[in-house]
Ligand binder design. Structure first.
Ligand code: F6P
Length: 462
């Protein structure tokens, strides 16, 4: 009898895949490849060894690629109907689950779990089911499947029913909400999410803190973890890649351009983020304004380089936030700028080479999220920095667990405290700065992406 099982031995599932497509003017499809921990992890195994990445088509170009059958080897893109995907991704994953785990609601008015929410939830279930079915089709007997993130919380449970022979993992790249905040979700939905995740053999988190929050939710709401194991894997920076890439010619060119924008003899406070509500860019600008007000000695002697790259622009609240970042930067420049000095240099066009250039020349890196699963910028800057950089770091970032000791630590809501921290960071002497940066770089690279992924695989197989 022919086997009903697929051929893949190791499967990864995530909303966003390693490749995206655009239809060019000539009608041809152009592929763009992404980076990140999973890409290095899976490429260590390779399609020849039976690795498969299941992801969703996200754009018209992606859908066209699926229709034309132009797939990359080792990637299966799911052509989930655009309206279902929009409800699941924008409506539930990014407007509800992301808000819950990052504690972003302004609670007097939101959230509101009404009939529209229930309608979108049905799409989230459908989208999760499409992933579970694709994984079930593709997996060889006894294969390992590792499901990623809050978009796909129901997949482990669904997949377990379809394929009890598989070893199933799930990894959360976000924080996990404290139980009292998580309980804002309707009881049945909260239970469905937790039980969905507990369909996995093993659940991975970026820090102990998020793993403990998840465990508390299970204890309070579904009677504990059952047989599911929990692991912590603190994804580190890819030192080898970053050091090589940041020394290429395009990065040198951008450094020269940035130096000209900053002006000779001035220090640079650098931040690089997606324009993301949880990144706290607005309070970062308020803290910088406070620094200029409280410490006039820094006027004309420092520039805040803020790179805020567009993200999730389908959501009005993200568009409004982007506009507020731009408005505030202009306001600070109007208030304090002089003929030869622009206090805030804001760039919104995503440019990886320029981000690396800013990492290299930063005197201070500002990483002040309200709440963040890890925050890789905090880990990347010290690795790439030319002369060492002082890290101002939020205690609410996952990276704080590993980097807190050598950073200047802030409460992200405390704007006056962050202004004082910026002053302290700007005042650190060259030798201490280099020493701290060296220790930060060592901690930041303790678990390289490939190892991070292989550890999870071994733990599931073992
Ligand atoms: O932190 C969760 C996460 O999914 C990351 O893996 C990723 O960097 C980020 O959010 C980007 O989100 P999106 O795919 O919505 O742009």
């Amino acid at each position: 009898m022919a086997s009903t099982f697929g051929a893949a031995q190791v499967l990864v599932a995530s909303n966003r895949g390693p490749v995206s497509y655009e239809v060019g003017h000539d009608g041809a499809l152009h592929a763009k490849r992404g980076g990140g921990g999973l890409v290095s992890g899976l490429s260590a195994i390779g399609p020849e060894a039976g690795a498969l990445w299941v992801c969703s088509a996200l754009s018209d170009g992606d859908r066209e690629a699926v229709r034309r059958g132009t797939g990359e080897k080792g990637v299966r893109m799911l052509d989930i109907p655009a309206a279902v995907h929009a409800d699941a991704y924008n409506g539930i994953a990014n407007s509800v689950l992301w808000f819950v785990h990052h504690m972003l609601y302004q609670t007097p008015l939101e959230p509101v779990f009404d009939a529209e929410f229930r309608r979108q939830w049905a799409s989230y279930e459908e989208y999760n089911r499409a992933f579970a079915e694709a994984l079930a089709d593709e997996a060889a007997e006894g294969a390992v499947a590792i499901v990623q993130d809050y978009h796909l919380t129901l997949v482990p449970g669904m997949l377990r029913e379809l394929r009890p022979d598989l070893r199933i993992g799930h990894f959360s790249h976000t924080p996990w909400a404290p139980v009292d905040y998580f309980r804002m979700l309707p009881d049945d939905i909260a239970g469905q999410i937790l039980r969905g995740m507990l369909g996995a053999d093993r659940l991975g988190f970026l820090t102990r803190r998020w793993a403990e929050a998840f465990t508390s939710c299970c204890d309070a709401l579904v009677g504990g973890l059952g047989g599911t194991r929990i692991g912590v894997h603190g994804l580190g920076a890819d030192a080898e890649f970053l050091r090589r890439r940041s020394r290429e010619a395009d990065v040198d060119e951008r450094m020269a351009a940035l130096r000209a924008e900053i002006g000779a003899g001035r220090k640079a406070i650098v931040r690089v983020d997606r324009t993301e509500l949880s990144k706290n860019i607005v309070r970062g600008l308020l803290a910088y304004r406070q620094l200029l007000a409280d410490r006039p000695e820094w006027r004309e002697r420092v520039v805040h380089l803020a790179f805020a790259y567009p993200s999730r622009q389908d959501l009005a609240v993200y568009r409004d936030y982007t506009a507020e970042v731009q408005r505030l930067a202009q306001e600070i420049n109007a208030e304090y700028g002089t003929a030869g000095w622009t206090p805030v240099v804001l760039h919104v066009k995503d440019d990886f080479a320029r981000s690396l250039a800013a990492y290299r020349l930063a005197d201070v890196a500002l990483v002040n999220p309200i709440r963040d699963g890890m925050n890789l910028v905090a880990k990347e800057v010290p690795v790439v920095s030319d002369e060492g950089c002082v890290l101002v770091l939020s205690r609410e970032a996952g990276a704080y667990e590993e980097l807190g000791e050598d950073a200047v630590v802030v409460n992200p809501y405390d704007v006056a405290g962050t202004a004082a921290a910026l002053h302290e960071a700007l005042s650190v002497g060259a030798a201490e700065r280099a020493e701290r940066s060296k220790r930060l770089a060592a901690a930041a690279t303790a678990l390289p992406p490939e190892r991070w992924f292989l550890d999870q695989l071994e733990a599931l197989r073992g």
